[in-house]
Design a protein around this ligand. Structure first.
Ligand SMILES: O=C(O)CCC(=O)C(=O)O
Ligand SMILES: [Fe+2]
Length: 271
């Protein structure tokens, strides 16, 4: 069963920080665990380039992509290689992924510049810009918890920005083997870390289940808003707030037409 829902919209540039922090607390983080973020300062042109470059990489033949197979949590994972809901007995999620980790430690794997010009610089710029939006958002989240704006910085949660970008490609149903198995684009899970900032190409598929222990589970569609990030609270922030904030279960249905998304878990993913 699924319904469309209206998630709260949070304006990162709003001058009224205290009222924004109140909306973040109640509607965004307590009621839903998911919200839209607008006026976040990440340029639309840059987002467009990230999607173009993502599509350029995923359109390579599998042998080429496997040359960058995942190592140190960076690089390529093939279709069906990951299964976010480990209780499922199906073959895996119908998506392929490319991971870009923190920029400073030299562990990232990059496509060759001659194969994909500006690929690396596009991803590096995106990484930095989203990290900066995430830092601003965390100061509002701190305010919403009645903490000092710079609380997360002071306790060291931003010291080493362990940002991981995940580029995702969900092939359309016409490009997948038809099977009777129940395969998801991304099966049901909650995210680790503090927050996730997600951008999609607008193709539907994302759903959330706000009451994970209620049976039968109710899944609601999350429509995309052009240019807005979909932000969700991760397990660590749920833990740190003693379950006041919600790390909401979500999944992606296998899309009929192909779908791209890009997400980043900006901070403290291992802590
Ligand atoms: O592609 C999406 O819309 C969300 C995917 C997701 O939730 C994840 O990979 O953690
Ligand atoms: Fe997720």
């Amino acid at each position: 069963m699924s319904n469309a829902l209206q998630l709260p919209i949070i304006d990162l540039a709003s001058p009224d920080r205290f009222s924004t922090a109140n909306s973040i607390r109640q509607q965004a983080c307590i009621d839903h665990g998911f919200f839209y973020l607008v006026n976040h300062g990440v340029d639309e042109e840059l987002v467009k380039k990230v999607f173009e470059q993502s599509s350029n990489f995923f359109s390579f033949p599998i042998e080429e992509k496997m040359k960058l197979a995942i190592k140190n949590h960076r690089g390529y994972t093939a279709l069906y290689a990951e299964k976010l809901d480990t209780t499922l007995t199906t073959k895996g999620d119908s998506k392929e992924t490319f991971y870009v980790g923190p920029l400073a430690d030299g562990l990232n794997q990059w496509p060759l510049e001659e194969d994909l010009p500006s690929w690396r610089s596009t991803m590096e710029t995106y990484h930095q810009k989203v990290l900066s939006a995430g830092t601003k958002l965390l100061s509002l989240i701190a305010l919403s918890l009645k903490l000092d704006e710079d609380f997360f910085g002071k306790v060291g949660a931003l010291n080493e920005p362990l940002g991981f970008i995940r580029l995702l490609h969900y092939p359309g149903s016409g490009d997948l083997d038809s099977s009777s198995e129940e395969v998801y684009g991304a099966s049901a899970h909650s995210d680790y870390g503090m927050i996730t900032l997600l951008m999609t190409d607008g193709v539907p598929g994302l759903q959330i289940c706000r009451e994970k222990s209620k049976q039968p589970q109710v899944w609601e569609d999350v429509p995309s808003i052009s240019g807005a990030f979909v932000v969700n609270i991760g397990d660590m922030l749920e833990r740190w707030t003693n379950c006041l904030f919600r790390s909401t279960l979500h999944r992606v249905l296998p899309p009929r037409q192909e779908r791209y998304s890009v997400m980043i878990h900006p901070f403290a993913v291992y802590a």
